[in-house]
Ligand binder design. Structure first.
Ligand code: AMP
Ligand code: MG
Length: 402
């Protein structure tokens, strides 16, 4: 059985080979959050557009400065002012943060290091040429690359785009990801379940995970565990850019997803990965589209989405697959798990004196969706470890990052 890293690499390489979503659209910058750039954004001007003071103080010639040096103040510059005065030897201009350095000056002395009496300014120290000044074009040269195609737009990227006047960036179309849950026992979450039925939480969690990744969920409802409903559901799902099924991939008599996918001519890339929860996860390529059969237990569904579907959605959106964001945390109590499978356990990270500590949450296995809601991460127990001692460092995947 393959491990999760190998399985993830298979998803990345196979989905990259499919070509992805090529359509683009132009959106107002404020609506571009979470979208992926289809074109490079280049700088319209030099940034800063002038030699900019980054402190409140006096614009000076560095050669004139030193402890006790006396300068004559010949003017004042606020942010937005056009510099008028020329700073000649032993003179200075009072300058505010964000204002352009006047000609003649090559540095700024902070106001805190000066004393003023009328026009006379006394310094308590020397400054070097260029101190407290950011040179024109040093942050970004006109015409230079600010954000490359494929970048996902977050709050910092949106600010960089705003600075260079990219008010209407061209982004890729959101990949449409169809979600089909399966199971005779599954009913809509807004309805009252019968005595042996359960509400459909997977369609909702998958829709949320797709939306958080920047995809567009297409919720197809639930197919019963029979060939006709599965065929109809899969056929509808293959209209989207990718299809995710939940349930029906285990060894039960009514687990029919894999056989029906084969009927559709799917190439099954893998149908088991050495993880718990989520071992029977299926990844297939069908009619040029990635198809995932995720195990139906809600925690398995969430974990396998994070491990395997996430890179596919990134690639379809025109971005690079984001890496799994492992961080280290200190285990608070000893832990034993069956070796041979990599375990992803719902756990809670807390920060004590800025050190991450992690404790597993009590759970009844992969159907325990409430336990997952009380966890803020998945803790990784490597396949080769049977026992981990309290105080050891373990890897965790913080929720919200996968
Ligand atoms: P399956 O993978 O179809 O064998 O289902 C495994 C377990 O997950 C069963 O207990 C199902 O009732 C449950 N399950 C399957 N689909 C869903 C769903 N859409 N929402 C919540 N639980 C589900
Ligand atoms: Mg089922």
């Amino acid at each position: 059985m393959i491990g999760y890293r190998e399985a993830r690499e298979l998803v990345v390489s196979r989905v990259m080979g499919l070509g992805g979503v090529v359509e683009t659209e132009t959106v107002p910058l404020r609506e571009a959050l979470g979208r992926v750039l289809a074109h490079d954004i280049v700088s319209d001007l030099d940034y800063p557009p002038f030699d900019r003071s980054i402190r409140d103080g006096y614009a000076v010639r560095a050669a004139d400065t030193g402890p006790g040096a006396q300068l004559k103040c010949i003017g004042e510059l606020k942010a937005g002012d056009k510099p008028a005065a020329f700073v000649f030897a032993c003179s200075c201009v009072q300058i505010m943060t964000g204002a352009a350095l006047p000609d003649g000056a090559d540095a700024v002395v902070m106001i805190e290091h000066t004393a003023r009496e009328g026009e006379n300014v006394t310094l308590d120290r020397a400054v070097k040429s260029g101190q407290h000044v950011v040179r024109k074009g040093s942050e970004q040269a006109a015409g230079g690359m600010v954000l490359a195609a494929g970048v996902r737009i977050g709050f910092a990227e949106i600010a960089a785009a705003a600075q260079v006047g990219a008010a209407h960036p061209v982004v890729t179309r959101k990949p449409r990801v169809a979600v089909l849950s399966t199971g005779d026992e599954v009913v809509d979450f807004a309805s009252a379940p019968g005595p042996f039925q359960i509400r459909n939480s997977n369609s909702v969690s998958l829709g949320a995970q797709i939306a958080l990744l920047g995809g567009e969920p297409v919720i197809l409802g639930n197919a019963k565990d029979n060939l006709d409903e599965l065929r109809a559901g899969i056929s509808a799902g293959l209209e989207a850019d990718a299809l995710i099924l939940s349930g029906g991939v285990s060894m039960g008599k009514y687990d029919l997803v894999e056989p029906v996918l084969r009927e559709f001519g799917a190439e099954i890339v893998f149908d088991a990965v050495a993880i718990r929860p989520g071992k029977p996860v299926v990844f297939a390529i069908c009619r040029g589209k990635p198809v995932f059969g995720l195990p139906g237990n809600p925690v398995s569904t969430m974990v396998t989405f994070g491990l395997f579907v996430q890179p596919a959605v990134d690639i379809l959106a025109g971005a690079e697959a984001r890496p799994l964001p492992f961080v280290r945390a200190m285990l608070t109590a000893p832990l034993s798990e069956k070796p041979g499978l990599t375990h992803f356990l719902p756990a809670q990270v807390t920060w004590l004196d800025e050190t991450a500590q992690v404790s597993p949450v009590v759970w009844q296995g992969s159907g325990d969706v409430v336990a997952m809601a009380h966890a803020n991460c998945l803790m990784v127990v490597p396949a080769e470890r049977e026992r981990i001692e309290a105080g050891e460092a373990v890897r965790v995947l913080m929720r919200g990052m996968w």
